[in-house]
Design a protein around this ligand. Structure first.
Ligand code: 13P
Ligand code: SF4
Length: 304
């Protein structure tokens, strides 16, 4: 078995040879976050992909994220280390279902969460992430109905923040829905001074118990800048790695250790190495879908 140290050396050598960059989502295992050129939330990763001058992007995250990078950078080779790393929420709505919804609500604008396939983005007016969803919905005139897909939890939170009704789809994140209100209550009882930070993919009752509702990058920023010393973290547990690393003097408690996304955890250091060795698994989108999907992402990036 080769050591992590050797794997990392070989990854770095190949990265230089191939002019590659490694982008990693905040939920990746610590070893991957540590070798990445950039770690961040879905919005930050899209922005980073749009800025890089590398020829190859190794995207350590789930499939829709690598696909988004490929939509933004069609001339680059975008690799995902494990081809099975999909997001179940992204597969909870099919283009046919979205078309039916649009037919039922003519005149409505479609806002799709970035956790969707390229085909759904192609059917949407504008994309959003957890970091900018409220801003994106607020950019749509109040008298225009909004269809929000696929995350019902994020959609409910945004509707509430924007003070408007929205047409919601019933998708959800199985990982965030494992965090229960009783978990927050119990952790709060154990750590009464801790600030409760919660991701808007959590269920509404959990979101209502939060002091701060934030994207993963928002949580990192808030923890760094806050004068508080203890935090309850209501999101996927991979985020604890960067929170602990960036704030060695602060304490972070997971709301639930069950919030562990099995799809995000499919990537490993070895797979990153094999990905660069064999240039696999390439993520590419058909040009007609890509152009339409790009429009919805571009509109989001302009507003961000
Ligand atoms: P953000 O990192 O954009 O907050 O998204 C969370 C998520 O669940 C991505 O799959
Ligand atoms: Fe999808 Fe949830 Fe995993 Fe994010 S945490 S990739 S939304 S299943």
């Amino acid at each position: 078995m080769i050591s992590n140290e050797n794997i990392i050396k070989r990854i770095n050598k190949l990265k230089t040879e191939r002019n590659a960059v490694i982008l990693a989502h905040n939920y990746q295992i610590g070893e991957i976050q540590d070798i990445a050129d950039y770690t961040g939330d879905s919005l930050g990763l899209s922005i980073e992909a749009s800025k890089t001058d590398a020829d190859v992007i190794v995207f350590c995250g789930v499939h829709f994220m690598a696909e988004t990078a490929s939509i933004i950078c069609p001339d680059k080779v975008v690799l995902i280390p494990d081809d099975n790393a999909g997001c179940p929420m992204a597969n909870m709505i099919k283009p046919r279902q979205l078309r039916e919804l649009k037919n039922q609500h003519p005149g409505a604008k479609v806002v799709s969460y970035v956790n969707t396939t390229a085909a759904i983005k192609a059917e949407s007016d504008i994309c959003c992430t957890s970091a900018n969803a409220v801003k994106i919905v607020n950019s749509i005139p109040e008298d225009v109905p909004v269809i929000f897909v696929p995350d019902k939890s994020l959609g409910s939170y945004v509707a509430n923040q924007c003070g408007r009704d929205m047409i919601l789809w019933g998708g959800y994140c199985p990982t965030h829905h494992r965090i229960l209100a009783k978990d927050i209550l119990q952790t709060k009882e154990e750590h009464p001074d801790a600030v409760v930070m919660v991701h808007p993919e959590c269920t509404t009752d959990v979101v209502e118990m939060a002091d701060q509702v934030l994207s993963t990058a928002g949580m990192r920023r808030y923890a760094r800048e806050s004068s508080n010393e203890e935090f309850i973290v209501g999101t996927e547990i991979g985020l604890l790695h960067s929170l602990n690393k960036e704030n060695p003097d602060k304490k972070f408690y997971p709301a639930s250790v069950l919030a562990d996304c099995p799809n995000m955890k499919l990537n490993s250091l070895e797979k990153v190495l094999w990905s660069l060795e064999d240039m696999v698994y390439q993520v590419k989108v058909d040009e007609d879908i890509r152009v339409k999907a790009f429009n919805s992402i571009e509109k989001m990036l302009e507003l961000s």
